[in-house]
Design a protein around this ligand. Sequence first.
Ligand code: 6CM
Length: 247
Amino acid sequence: AVHTRDQVELPPPTIDNRLTVHPLWTEIDRISTEQMQAAFEGVGGEIGWQLFAEEGDMRMYRREMEVDGMVMDPLKAMHKVRGVSAREMCHYFFNPRYRYEWETTLETMTIVEEVSSDAMVFHQTFKRIWPASQRDALFWSHVRAAPGNTYAVINHSTTNQEYPPNSGACIRLFVTVCLACRSSYPAGEEPTRENITTSIAYCSTVNPGGWAPAGVLRAVYKREYPKFLKRFTGYVAEQCRDKPLAI
Ligand code: 6CM
């Protein structure tokens, strides 16, 4: 049978049954719910969020936080993208097929487990940043829909006996990421590429897992996060341009 992109690849509108019977389900469901709620909360009223990058509709905030001298700054970014849906945005973020095309900090990516159509486990190594050791990460990734034209991808570190931490050249880092997207279009109109806008909230907290100089790490984040969000959203807009809109 011939499948279109819409039928087989886009994130499913409801949770895949195979995920709900997996040992990770309880954790995935709890953390995803928490992360999605937090993602759409503003930064305006909260103390300690500092704006560190602004370009067009994109705004990036961080909160300086150190635990035992290690930088764990939570990051929160807001952006608006025209001409793509929340579901399309999350499709390109979740699906590993596209990852090397937009993720510039990546060195290798391995699929550890294909849990379901909406959940996977990945092992990734990142490019080494001098003078720190190279980092790797092992995390589950889950894409889900929510009411109000909303989709989100949540990534969160996990463990796997076949991928023990700190066993080779890499130090294991720990990550919690949420890319939450909500589409809107004029009331009374059908959504089209011309009238749709997607608001993005991206939250990330990385624990470097071992010594890394704070100044270097903060400089890397300051440079790499805006680069990532601009590149990723531009990439999705480009990929979608000549395809039918998928809501
Ligand atoms: O969210 C992003 N990418 C996802 C898919 O790869 C996934 C990745 C999470 C890992 C984020 C770790 C970033 C650290 C990269 C620098 C290497 C650290 C070395 C430390 C030693 C000084 O959620 C986009 C991530 C964009 C990161 C800038």
